[in-house]
Design a protein around this ligand. Structure first.
Ligand code: GDP
Length: 864
């Protein structure tokens, strides 16, 4: 008996009087760890000595009594034998009671141990099930909820039955919520059964109170086990829903989250510095900016900018413009500074640096030939170019503006603008494109100074451009060169022959006399002007002519004024922009580049610019687009401000309001810009105080429905110059009674309008369109040439009628039919809906999809 040691061991229960765990020794040397409780109410009696051995460590009660009882010699004094015996009896009785109790406790303990085991298994099963359930959680969510409710109900029932016992377990369960509860009915049943068995066992084993104490402890153990299990789970990296929702366990971080955290930490350590170093930029911000350009200016990735915009709820693509306010938010988001710039600043990207003197190189002069009509401008240009343009031209007027270069005998290169008089010159000047260096004033020696001669002089003077007088037609017998010189004096043009400083050369476009002298005079004048420019910079030029070409798209003839235009250059031209797809020189050759004073056709525009528009090469497409957009807006604003209508509605309103002077309103559509402008200028000169011609609208291209609408609203006719109305426009015109008049000679057009304006319209020979046919196929037939396989789409095709070939509603040829065939037979006419073969007299350039217009002439009362 190690009484002293035993003392200490037994002390476990002493303080609290509640419970402790001790090692129990049994008779056959077996030991067992058992939970013991003190029972305060128990009467303390001394234990009989030797038999105590087995239970010595067991006993909580009165160690002192036990100690002395085991050794009679150490019996306390003053106690009689009888008393001693009585005590010993009592002790023996107590002991036997004790043994009984110990047995009961052992049984109890065993039951509890079993119960613990069961619970552990139960928890493990639960955990296992949780894991499994987690996998199937989504699919079973609903069912689970139901089961969870059932389980909860069970639990509650159980708790009612044994409230204290269930409490610790119920707590996490409650926190976890219904869905988190292990809820399979079988599981719940097991639990309920277990709880019942437990209750029963415990009641049998001992008094209620003890039982409660024990369950408290057991619950505490369970808790700690649960916690350990959770910890295990954490280590395994798996997260069950109940764990995630378990308030005690706290929210588990996923591995990815941990990884992110680590990454952040690493970034902080390394990249953090980079962020500090990130350059804060001042971002120039116009009223609107294209997303990609914004990204560019911030030196950020466009995709990031798009992403940022998306976060702000704006779904835009890289190529879409956004307003300045939005852009400013984006700029701030990226940590840069927005610097608002006024709209016009967008134009600043255009290279405006002054050239240094040493960079400048001589350039050819650009010459415009001006003069009165029929004084021989075209003939002269033609003679200079040595190509006969005049005979092929309808009406003998220069209708297409272009330019070409010639080299003089002395080697000077001269660039001639091939323009219809001063109209283009003026309209170009009006747009700020001063392209002409020298004006050659053509005065016919047999006609002397005429009104347009004077106008030309005034224009040249206004532009501050030096003049050279070419006195033409000196071959004519009626030529009087001196009259020309003296006439010019009246207009302050003093030629050299009259001791002035204006060079004058007597020429004949017809015979070629004096042409070389004229060219040398021009070269000399150019030398005096010391024309220079820097070919080694971004190109700048002026549009001489522009049109929408069938097949090639918008085409502009550009005269390069400074720098060199290369294929692939990005440019802005007026309100349009583009990227040079091809450059074609005045000889029709494709070239890679065009330097100063070189005229080239430019392909690759996004729209048709206007004559006089300035072309500037810029660095990026975004810049080009931005400038073009800005200009577009500007011109719209300007027109609106000036009251000049842009929309059809505005035009109508204005036409209606303006009724003070008798007006002949007209709508003009022409094939090229130059023609349209020439017509408009000619028309605007018609009229007197009572009546005048008012051009409501003019433009390039086919006559459209909107033209008809405008004409109808103002009671105006539509004038088509080498263009036709498209089908919807034709129908609209028929319906609304709008007159469309087609012309291919400017003078006819002007004369007609003049007559109409002065009320002097007489009967005229007029064309009636009797039919239209579309070319479906083109055949080559020996002996005839090209034959068009056509379908008559409207009216009738008549062999005797006149025909025009239209390509994209623009007249490309006018003539007569050589043949009209239906199957193999030559026929007189073919009705609408039928197929036929047609061939033109002296014309072969027919293509699929071209339209043949069939017309007849008849005399009608003029109605313009
Ligand atoms: P534009 O209207 O100023 O372009 O004049 P054109 O070049 O069309 O010429 C008008 C007419 O004058 C044409 O019939 C030409 O043949 C004729 N013509 C032009 N130059 C000469 C010339 O030097 N001598 C003669 N005899 N006729 C000329």
């Amino acid at each position: 008996m190690s009484d002293k040691d035993g003392n200490k061991t037994l002390g476990v229960g002493g303080g609290s009087g509640r419970s402790g765990q001790v090692k129990q020794s049994f008779s056959h040397g077996r030991t067992k760890s058992v939970v013991v409780e003190t029972k305060r109410k128990r009467v303390v009696v001394p234990k009989p000595g030797p038999s105590q051995g087995a239970a010595s460590t067991d006993k909580p009660k009165s160690p002192m009594v036990a100690k002395h009882a085991g050794d009679p010699s150490k019996r306390p004094a003053g106690i009689s034998e009888a008393e001693m015996e009585r005590r010993l009896k009592a002790l023996a009785a107590a002991k036997s009671r004790e043994v009984e109790e110990a047995a009961a406790r052992a049984a109890d303990e065993k039951a509890r141990e079993e119960e613990r085991e069961r619970r552990r298994a139960e928890i493990e099963a639960k955990e296992r099930e949780e894991r499994e359930r987690e996998e199937a959680l989504k699919a079973k969510a609903e069912e689970e909820e139901r089961r969870a409710r059932e389980a909860e109900a069970e639990k509650l029932a159980k708790q009612k039955e044994e409230p204290k016992k269930e409490q610790p377990r119920a707590k996490p369960a409650a926190a976890a919520g219904a869905a988190a509860r292990p809820a399979a009915p079988d599981q719940a049943a097991i639990e309920a059964a277990a709880a019942r068995a437990e209750t029963k066992g415990v009641s049998a084993a001992g008094p209620r109170k003890t039982d409660r104490d024990r369950t408290d402890r057991a619950a505490a153990e369970r808790d700690s086990r649960n916690k350990a299990a959770r910890d295990d789970n954490r280590r395994s990296g798996k997260l069950s829903l109940s764990q995630a929702l378990d308030g005690e366990g706290g929210r588990q971080r996923s591995l990815a989250a941990m990884k992110r955290k680590q990454d952040r930490a690493r970034q902080k350590a390394t990249g953090g510095n980079q962020r500090v170093e990130k350059q804060v930029r001042d971002v120039q911000l116009p009223e609107t900016i294209v997303v990609s350009e914004l990204a560019n200016r911030m030196a950020e990735r466009a995709a990031d900018v798009v992403k940022t915009l998306m976060k702000m709820g704006m779904m835009v693509s890289m190529n879409q413009p956004i307003d300045a306010d939005t852009a400013e938010l984006v700029i701030e988001e990226f940590g840069h500074r927005a610097v608002r710039v006024s709209d016009s600043d967008v134009e600043q990207v255009i290279d405006t640096i002054e050239d240094k003197a040493e960079d400048l190189q001589p350039r050819p002069p650009v010459i415009t030939i001006m003069g009165h009509v029929d004084h021989g401008k075209t003939s002269l240009l033609d003679a200079i170019r040595k190509a006969n343009v005049v005979s092929g031209e309808a009406g003998g007027i220069t209708q297409h503006i272009g330019a070409y270069q010639v080299t003089t005998e002395s080697g000077s290169v001269l660039t001639f603008l091939d323009t219809p008089g001063h109209a283009a010159f003026t309209s170009m000047r009006a747009r700020g494109a001063q392209v002409t260096d020298i004006v050659v004033l053509v005065v016919a020696a047999d006609d002397a100074v005429m009104p347009q001669t004077v106008e030309a002089i005034n224009h040249a003077k206004a532009a501050g451009v030096p003049m050279i007088v070419a006195i033409n037609k000196v071959d004519k017998p009626a030529a009087d060169v001196n009259k020309v010189r003296t006439d010019l004096l009246q207009h302050e043009v003093v030629v050299e022959k009259m001791s002035g400083d204006v060079q004058d050369v007597e020429v004949s476009a017809k015979t070629g006399k004096g042409l070389d002298e004229l060219l040398e005079a021009i070269a000399l004048q150019a030398e005096i002007l010391e024309l220079k420019s820097n070919p080694n910079r971004a190109a700048q030029g002026a549009v001489i002519e522009a049109q929408l070409d069938v097949g090639r798209g918008p085409v502009a003839t550009v005269l390069v004024q400074n720098g060199t235009l290369h294929r692939g250059d990005i440019f802005v031209v007026g309100e349009q922009w583009g990227k040079v797809r091809a450059l074609i020189n005045d000889k029709g050759e494709r070239v890679e580049e065009a330097g100063p004073s070189v005229p080239v056709e430019v392909l690759g525009l996004n729209g048709t610019p206007e004559a006089g528009d300035v072309l500037n090469v810029v660095e990026t497409e975004a810049q080009a687009r931005e400038i073009a957009d800005y200009r577009n807006q500007q011109s719209k604003d300007k027109r609106a401000a000036a009251g000049a209508a842009t929309t059809l509605e505005q035009l109508m309103a204005k036409a209606k309001a303006d009724e003070s002077v008798a007006e002949l309103p007209v709508v003009v559509k022409a094939d090229v810009q130059g023609s349209a402008e020439a017509i408009v200028q000619a028309l605007e000169k018609i009229g007197n105080d009572e009546v005048r011609v008012r051009v409501l609208h003019y433009g390039v291209g086919a006559i459209t429905e909107s033209d008809i609408g405008l004409a109808e609203a103002s009671g105006a006719p539509v004038i088509g110059f080498n263009v036709r109305a498209n089908a919807p426009a034709r129908n609209a015109a028929n319906q609304k009674g709008v007159e469309i008049r087609y012309y291919s000679i400017i003078y006819d057009l002007v004369d007609d309008i003049k007559a109409a304006a002065s009320g002097l319209l007489s009967a005229e020979v007029r064309e009636n369109f009797i039919g239209y046919a579309q070319i479906r196929e083109v055949f080559k037939v020996t002996g005839i040439g090209k034959v068009a396989g056509c379908l008559v789409t409207e009216g009738v095709a008549r062999r005797s009628a006149g025909v025009r070939l239209l390509r994209d509603n623009v007249v490309v040829h006018e003539g007569t039919l050589k043949t009209l065939k239906r199957f193999k037979d030559e026929v007189k006419e073919v009705q609408s809906g039928q197929e036929c073969g047609m061939a033109f007299e002296n014309y072969d350039d027919i293509r699929v999809n071209d339209v043949i217009e069939i017309f007849e002439r008849e005399e009608v009362e003029r109605s313009l």
